[in-house]
Design a protein. Structure first.
Length: 308
């Protein structure tokens, strides 16, 4: 295990950070609770989380400012100053969206996220001080503060990458689920009364079934946001609300009514055949894509079959 990885692992186990992380997280949850705020900050209507996209702006601006400060010379000073300003302005919405996402984490992710946010705040403070020094004509001090800010930002970026790519924070939890592309029986129709719900297995994927107005609807049972069990959620108005973070999905099409989810819930076609509820992935793909998908699934089944 590399030294950076060991350091992050220690942060994950640093329970003393919970003394600060828990109350700050609780306060953030109250601030982002309104539906409009939650949807906006989560990227609900964007199709994926908003925070990662926004981070590119301050990181890019401050990196280029550092490059110009290092090798640009006097002629590049106005451009470097402009880039520092752009990074400062962009850091504000980036921090707000990050706070929204972080408020949903617990345990190791919340601890690392707290240090990530602290490092970002430190970098922002250093860049503001750098901008002030530049405005006063003290370019040497301004550059030094900028380089310090860049160093702290690099550490913070590493922690952000760890949260996303190692811990899977805000990664779509249904991305690798492949439901059946052929009609597959999952439950006896008599076992699902009007207004009731059940979870069942469909070719290795957990499916949430709900009957309303005589129609059986089916969604993936794992919340796309953070993997919450939708079968333990609440059901109202043709929607299901995740018990973990309150993401609300429509049964009709899997669309999102309320974040923090930003990826729609996989939705399946249903029918009742010979007294059994059957489900399948909607055949929306082109015929060639369907054939390729079926061949891939056949290879997976073959790989799982024990050798004789």
């Amino acid at each position: 295990m590399s030294m950076p990885h060991r350091a992050v692992r220690r942060l994950e186990k640093a329970e003393t950070l919970d003394k600060v992380a828990k109350p700050v997280s609780s306060g953030a949850k109250r601030v982002v609770r309104p539906r409009l705020v939650r949807n906006l900050l989560s990227g609900t209507n964007l199709g994926h989380p908003l925070h990662p996209a926004l981070t590119d702006v301050p990181i890019g601006a401050w990196t280029m400012a550092g490059l110009l400060d290092a090798v640009g010379g006097r002629e590049a000073e106005p451009a470097a100053d402009l880039l520092v300003k752009a990074g400062i302005v962009a850091a504000v919405p980036t921090a707000v969206t990050g706070l929204n996402d972080w408020s949903d984490t617990i345990g190791p992710e919340r601890r690392v996220g707290l240090v990530h946010a602290t490092a970002n705040s430190t970098a922002l403070t250093l860049y503001i001080a750098s901008l002030v020094a530049r405005a006063r004509g003290d370019r040497r001090k301004g550059k030094a503060l900028g380089f310090a800010g860049f160093g702290v930002m690099a550490i913070s970026a590493y922690l952000g990458g760890h949260l996303t790519f190692v811990k899977g924070v805000n990664v779509n939890r249904t991305a690798w689920q492949q439901g059946p592309d052929e009609w597959t029986p999952v439950l006896a129709a008599a076992e699902l009364a009007e207004g009731e719900h059940r979870t069942a297995d469909a070719d290795g994927v957990r499916i949430l079934l709900h009957r309303t107005d005589g129609t059986v609807h089916a969604l993936a049972a794992t919340c796309s946001h953070m993997g919450g069990p939708l079968g333990e959620g609440t059901f109202e108005g043709g929607c299901v609300t995740c018990p973990w973070h309150g993401s609300t999905f429509r049964f009709a099409d899997g669309g999102i009514e309320r974040g923090p989810a930003s990826t729609p819930q996989p939705c399946y076609e249903t029918r009742i055949q010979d007294g059994r509820i059957e489900v399948r992935v909607p055949p929306a793909a082109a015929p060639a894509e369907v054939a390729e998908h079926r061949a891939h699934r056949a290879r997976r089944r073959l790989a799982r079959t024990p050798a004789t």
